[in-house]
Design a protein. Structure first.
Length: 513
């Protein structure tokens, strides 16, 4: 609790900064509803609610976008994700927040020049034949400037904003090398560093320019299907995926081709984790609580989980969607329900899945922008079916059998050595047995709690009986004309009442755990 208080105290200056930005942008009601104002005021921080703003004439969604920009990359990413959630926000808000994909306030080129010179070892005007000082685009992580190599080849310089750590990968290009519909720009590694990425310049239509997409005669449904299939391949097949698939990270080319232009946020999944994800998605699509239960139990680690209660919650979850057709399922809603169940049972979502859940929810929102009838679960199902078929192919079955036999052979061959060591340790008195009986510990804790409640209950009953007896005795010293024993009886009743409340509260809390 003490560490939590210190952590909260450290965050108070940032909370105050966030609150003041919202207040200045006319969004003070959001601060009040979130309870931040009360927390800050109790901590002695003053919020200037009447502070004048020059943008009061703007619409609320415009003021929110400007506030997100001022608060930095984390809030810009939040706004970008919200821009794809037309199921949560009205069109006016999603349209305005979509500007955060590419219309972020730029940083002057002179402010970026020192880190560009540090990355190249000399001035960029000496390395490149031409560099545009005006930004071609400005995003939350990097700012883009067009340039040309000495040979005249057009490129773009993706310069990391000051104070932000960027991630670059070339692995996606290898993954889609044989796919003519998906293009990944070439990276010029001789001038690329952690500060700046120099890559091939691709001319196309930005993913958030729906009017230009329609005017060019591109098929929105085809673009949604191809883009989503590309990301699902990354997740379920490659295990190396784009974790931020919003419209600002893609360009559309003639023939409904897609160029992936930004890999600032990526996620990785091990083969074992991919199998779990496939089983979970298969359970979600098929309303199979047993399949989902096995996955969630794998995620619990060594922590105790009430399996019967978890199975009951998953059964209720599956029942809620049992009569719903596949085309009507929203994977974002399903994942939110799964996350709620995890929290209810104190199961911590593995860290490598946090980005995955975010990517799937963003992906579903992106699909809806291009195709109102889009259903992500329908695009996922073919990948699940293929993975299930491959899992039971003779080659894969033989591989798993060989792995199992190898592990079994290792156990058998090491057994004599392990037994010899065990006997030797026992002979020299070095053998120790450690028992980790978490469930027994939990049972013991509950037993102690029950005994405590029973003891308090007996004491409470004794107080009630004793108080009733002494109040019937009218003799003895008197205070204000009332027997002192009567006052003692009243105190006994009061203590008994408090004890009863404690017992009731304790029972109620134990049943909720």
């Amino acid at each position: 609790m003490v560490s939590g208080l210190f952590s909260t105290a450290r965050e108070l200056p940032r909370l105050r900064e966030i609150s003041m930005v919202f207040v200045r942008h006319g969004l003070g009601d959001l601060v009040r509803r979130a309870g931040i104002a009360t927390l800050l005021e109790h901590a002695g921080h003053v919020l200037h609610w009447g502070e004048a703003t020059e943008i009061a004439h703007l619409e609320a969604q415009q003021r929110a976008r400007l506030a997100f920009e001022q608060l930095g990359p984390t809030f810009v990413k939040l706004g970008q994700m919200l821009s794809t959630r037309e199921d949560l926000l009205p069109p006016a808000w999603t349209t305005e927040l979509a500007r955060l994909h590419s219309d972020v306030a730029p940083v002057p080129f002179d402010d970026l020049l020192p880190q560009v010179e540090l990355a190249l070892g000399r001035s960029p005007f000496e390395v490149f034949g031409h560099v545009e000082r005006e930004p071609y685009a400005a995003a939350s992580i990097a700012q883009i400037h067009r340039a040309k190599l000495a040979s005249g080849t057009p490129v773009v310089l993706k310069i990391r904003r000051p104070g932000i750590e960027a991630k670059i990968t070339e692995r996606f290009a290898r993954s889609f090398a044989d796919d003519l519909d998906i293009l990944v720009p070439r990276v010029y590694w001789e001038w690329t560093s952690s500060t700046m990425n120099v890559q091939e310049h691709i001319e196309g239509i930005r993913g958030n320019d729906l009017a230009a997409i329609d005017n060019a005669g591109l098929d929105r449904k085809a673009l949604a299907a191809r883009g989503v299939d590309a990301v699902l391949k990354m997740i379920l097949v490659d295990g190396f995926f784009h974790a931020d698939p919003h419209p600002g990270n893609v360009m559309y080319l003639p023939g409904n081709r897609i160029a992936l232009i930004d890999f600032g946020m990526v996620g990785r999944l091990s083969p074992a984790r991919r199998r779990q994800i496939i089983d979970l998605l298969a359970g979600l699509a098929g309303h199979d609580e047993e399949a989902m239960l096995e996955v969630l139990l794998d995620w619990r680690g060594d922590d105790f989980v009430d399996e019967a209660r978890l199975a009951a919650d998953l059964g209720e979850f599956a029942f809620d969607y049992a009569d719903m057709q596949l085309k009507d399922l929203k994977i974002g809603v399903l994942l939110h329900r799964v996350s709620a169940i995890l929290r209810e049972h104190s199961i911590v979502l593995p860290t490598d899945l946090t980005l995955l859940f975010k990517a799937l929810i963003t992906l579903e929102g992106l699909g809806h922008q291009y195709d109102p009838e889009f259903r992500l679960i329908e695009r996922v199902k073919p990948f699940i079916d293929r993975a299930m078929r491959e899992r039971y192919q003779p080659v894969e079955t033989a591989r798993r059998a060989q792995q199992t036999l190898s592990e079994l052979f290792g156990v058998v061959t090491s057994m004599p050595r392990d037994l010899a060591r065990l006997v030797k340790d026992a002979r020299h008195g070095r053998m120790r047995v450690d028992l980790d009986l978490k469930r027994l510990d939990r049972f013991g804790d509950r037993l102690h709690s029950a005994m405590d409640r029973a003891t308090i209950g007996i004491m409470t009953a004794s107080l009630v009986v004793g108080s009733s007896i002494v109040m019937t005795i009218g003799e003895g010293p008197r205070v204000f004309g009332v027997s002192l024993l009567t006052y003692c009886g009243l105190v006994g009743y009061l203590v008994a009442f408090v004890n009863s409340l404690w017992i009731i509260l304790s029972i109620w809390r134990s049943r909720r755990r």
